[in-house]
Design a protein around this ligand. Sequence first.
Ligand code: TRP
Length: 326
Amino acid sequence: MMKKGRVFSGARPTGRQHLGNYLGAIRNYVALQDEYDCVYCVVDLHALTSLQETKALRVNTREMVLDWLAAGMDPEKSIIFVQSHVPQVTELHIILSMVTPMGWLTRLPTFKEKVRQQPDNVNYGLLGYAVLMAADITLYKADIVPVGEDQAPHLEFTREIVRRFNYHFGKVLVEPQIKLTEFPRVLGIDGVNKMSKTLNNHIEIASSPEEIRERVMRMVTDPQRRYRTDPGRPEVCNLFTLHGFFSPEQEKEIEAACRTAQIGCVECKAILAKNIAQAFAPFRERREALAAKPETVGDILADGAARARVIAEATLAEVKEAVALP
Ligand code: TRP
């Protein structure tokens, strides 16, 4: 079948993935594979911007890729690789940096946020974060980039860099389209913050049914529902958002029963925990099988890097020719 174009997306190696990662990114990556040529990248160089992470990079890469593969990201259909295994990206990064006005970088909301977060480590790489991301996307000539809303400024930045480069050197790079992944805000078990590993309010998709149950039981529900006999408000309850995904057939029933206090939060949580555990049962099985063969992930990533390198070398040759490097 003729594919509609190329998709590229990258994710920092954050280790075992949680429900937020799954609902917000992974399931979209999986779904795009049949219609597009997909290139999915573990952006380990981007992760270097906060140096605390480096000790865990290898384990985190492996754990994340195991989740990706078990969830259905398929190395037969897509290219799955590690950013630093294809070093051409760093060369393109330097070339693109020459058409990048400083002001564009310092104005990025993500950069300002990082400066607030790590004021004592505002390094050059952090400033160039968006340039490296533009290099990722353009090196693989991506038409479509599926990302969350927080990455929209980076995509707009990439488009502007492409226009500038092409204006100066001829039409070599492809201007990518953003594909915003629509999904409801998945809150953590605290019911307040976005689900995140750093906040330890997450539920890992590779958890055992017991671990899932333990975390779901700790989820914060409607704060106004203090007694079992109080009616609940599903519209403000994070539990209910997750029922929408994991209990589609029971959703209506649960909503009504919650509003009329026919079921309490404990019972509601038990249903959710069971359904999440069930939804990921085949996933857990595939993950275990993959993890049992220690060389599998390495082999898949090596093959992915070899295929990615073919595209990368071709683009970089064109870029160097256009810039007229001797
Ligand atoms: N900046 C992205 C993030 O923090 C990760 C990323 C790096 C990326 N390179 C990319 C995403 C290229 C899409 C395309 O989530």
